[in-house]
Design a protein around this ligand. Structure first.
Ligand code: ADP
Ligand code: MG
Length: 154
């Protein structure tokens, strides 16, 4: 596991960029953390590393936003999903095993339908370190991601 502290939104975007630069199509990144911790900020960095040129907005109401790039980005926010079955209705499996990188905010809310291998990013505020301080843990779970931690330059 990699543990990083950031002290501004931009630093969190940079962490996302570093992570995004090692991702390949089919990779799945789960983001956990309370509202306003920086999940979307980190996703902006991932998008930038993938070469997405569009402005990234939170898919809170749309559940998924798609961004085209050489490796496309499928950005989910499942906060409003009441029943994990809704995910199948919007074609979740096609996204998972598709041609892009999948990023899921609030992934713990759909844990029963997640793949067994994933990159897990947990973000926490730490008021003792300052209002804008965030502690970010990055874990690579499963054989698919062997070696990723050594490639991650943070
Ligand atoms: P989430 O997607 O987790 O709800 P956002 O990325 O939308 O969070 O928002 C994070 C908010 O926290 C932004 O308003 C951002 O400016 C602020 N912020 C302050 N410090 C940080 C930091 N270290 N990393 C990320 N965001 C930060
Ligand atoms: Mg968000």
């Amino acid at each position: 596991m990699k543990q990083i502290k950031t002290y501004s939104q931009d630093e969190t975007v940079q962490v996302g960029k570093a992570l995004g630069s090692i991702l390949e199509k089919g990779d799945v990144v789960l983001l956990s953390g309370d509202l306003g911790t920086g999940k979307t900020a980190l996703t902006k960095g991932i998008a930038s590393a993938l070469g997405v040129e569009d402005y990234i907005t939170s898919p809170t109401f749309t559940i998924v936003n798609e961004y085209s790039a050489e490796v496309p980005l499928y950005h989910f926010d499942v906060y409003r999903i009441a029943d994990p079955d809704e995910m199948y209705d919007i074609g979740f499996e096609e996204y998972l095993y598709g041609d892009g990188v999948v990023v899921i905010e609030w992934a713990e809310l759909i844990k029963d339908i997640l793949p067994h291998e994933f990159i897990w990013v947990k973000i926490r505020k730490n008021p003792e370190l300052g209002l804008d301080a965030r502690e970010i843990d990055i874990e690579f779970i499963g054989k698919k991601y062997e070696g990723y931690i050594n490639r991650l330059k943070i």
